[in-house]
Design a protein around this ligand. Structure first.
Ligand code: IPE
Ligand code: IPE
Ligand code: MG
Length: 243
């Protein structure tokens, strides 16, 4: 069962799922008197570095928080720049991901993106669907509360339609209604830039995830910092409420 896999990995088995809240692009740019977009551009390079390094570090699943459902609150110009970078990333990187046997999933509400971006997402997911290497998920226009509310709505509809018996609902079935239904829970959640909060990311899925906070700003994050985060994680004692 997928929802138990984090436990399995704690015992040294099958999966290693790392989730990352990629934060600090703006501060990286500010420290260099550059526009915030320059930080986002460098941040995209960190994504490439981390995706490349992940399989070599034993990571089987990598989930990156790229744009939150709250990030629309940013000035129009910055949101536009981020959408431009997203379009560029999807059109330039997917081929390389496919060559490296990476499977790409996008989690989040894609209805707010332009048709061009939606098409790029669909093409990328279709092309890489059967790849058995790194399982890369990028959260775009994602918010955990929104995900949980959407899941509740679908469950309520299924119950009304007679497809779901409310008394038969358990944690496994519930998790099946989430956007991450085919992913194991993260073993470790890394947040860069020194902030120590979850910012509405994977609230259900991170129930027993180890949290690693690093002061490194996302544009400076790469193989070295990722490897250090895994060292921190491996020094934890995961008890899941037991002894
Ligand atoms: C993370 O960097 C990128 C996104 C949230 C899209 P920020 O843009 O949040 O950078 P800071 O937090 O302002 O430094
Ligand atoms: C979280 O970063 C979202 C992403 C990394 C995509 P933010 O910079 O938006 O989070 P807050 O506002 O500091 O909580
Ligand atoms: Mg931030």
């Amino acid at each position: 069962m997928l929802t138990d896999s984090a436990k399995d990995m704690g015992d040294g088995n099958a999966f290693l799922h790392v989730a990352i809240i990629m934060d600090g692009n703006g501060r990286w740019a500010k420290a260099r008197s550059l526009p915030r977009t320059a930080g986002h551009k460098r941040g995209a390079e960190s994504v490439r570095a981390v995706v490349e390094a992940a399989p070599e570090l034993g990571i089987t699943h990598l989930t990156l928080f790229g744009f939150s459902s709250e990030n629309w609150k940013r000035p129009e110009g910055e949101v536009g720049d981020l959408m431009g970078l997203l379009r560029l990333y999807l059109s330039k990187e997917v081929r390389g991901l496919h060559r490296n046997n990476v499977r790409l999933r996008i989690i989040g509400d894609r209805t707010r993106f332009s048709q061009e971006i939606v098409t790029l997402i669909e093409k990328g997911e279709d092309l890489t669907r059967d790849n058995s290497g790194l399982q890369l998920s990028i959260a775009l226009n994602y918010g955990a509360r929104m995900e949980l509310v959407e899941a509740a709505k679908t469950m309520a509809r299924d119950a009304v339609a007679g497809k779901l018996d409310p008394d038969g609902l358990d944690e496994e079935r519930f998790a099946g209604y989430l956007l991450t239904s085919d992913l194991p829970d993260p073993d470790v959640l890394v947040r860069t830039s020194g902030e120590q909060r979850i910012s509405n990311f994977l609230l259900w899925q991170c129930a027993y995830t180890e949290l690693v906070f690093t002061p490194v700003l996302w544009p400076d994050f790469g193989r070295e910092a990722l490897s250090q985060a895994l060292v921190d994680y491996r020094n934890r004692d995961r008890r899941y409420g037991g002894l």
